[in-house]
Ligand binder design. Sequence first.
Ligand code: FDA
Length: 310
Amino acid sequence: MGLVRKALLAGSQSRWLRERAVNYRFVRRAVSRFMPGEDLEAALAAARTLQAAGIGSVLTYLGENVQTAEEAEQFTRHYLDVLARAKRASLGAEISIKLTQLGLDLGHAACEAGLMSLIESARADGTWVWIDMESSAYTDATLDIYRRARARFPNVGVCVQAYLRRTEQDLKTLIPLGGGLRLVKGAYREPVDKAFPRKQDVDASYFDLARQLLGREARQAGVRPIFGTHDPALIRRVEAAARVEALRPQDVEFQMLYGIRRDEQARLAGQGHRFRVLISYGDAWFPWYMRRLAERPANMLFLLRNVFTG
Ligand code: FDA
């Protein structure tokens, strides 16, 4: 892992930095590239614009590691409202949540109850709930809760991270469950015994796991595979692997983050793939934005340009 990336990921956990950075106008302007706005209205408006271009959306309200049961309940209530409003607007939007938003640090029971209420409500609306994968300290708990949710509901999926050495083993037990599996590279700072430190190993792992998600066993189990990446080389390899499996473009679903690689977003949607953009919104954007900078330190230049542009 490069030094700049390491520093940015360390910075994402710094309270001192967060308290200062969020007050700078140039930082807020740079953040707006990845986020249509801080409130739900802005996210719904962005989802409407994408819908008009034939692109679906997944909505996620920024925030993680809540400290009280009241905060966790607020997040659950907020997401219930998101589902209701997305339904009223016929957006077909899905939601993506972090279990630490729903109070995982405070105990499993309340977190799980909140999650189940969201999945139940989403099922009534004909839509899905995705569970983000956070740092490796939460992998076991997240997968345990996902397995229990999946045993009760068809409309739930979980994110799996290609940089984790354990993911190959995890897929062996997750694939037979069917359900949604969203493959991403992984965005947190992890020790080398847990995660591959070199990009080429992460990319190789991503492709191996992608092939499993496209394979016959996954199809027979009814897995809904999602390829969450902006990496054009990997996307082309996944498309080629899908053709080898005789899958049609509409059988293969990609997701990207709002504002990243819009050229590739338009190409994939234009080719008939199922395609959704994950739209993040909310005022708790600091750690999330630092992870976006770490993914592509060149974004620092964009941040710095904003210092000088008004
Ligand atoms: P990579 O980082 O190698 O980038 C490939 C290319 O994409 C770059 O060369 C650049 O062109 C472009 N690009 C990538 N990131 C960019 C950025 N920030 N700004 C501008 N261009 C950029 N992670 C996690 O740990 N848990 C999770 O639950 C999720 N959920 C999730 C959902 C969805 C839909 C997506 C797309 C991603 C996630 N992630 C995630 C984030 C993921 O782990 C990963 O950090 C990012 O997707 C960046 O990795 P890429 O696969 O894009 O490749």
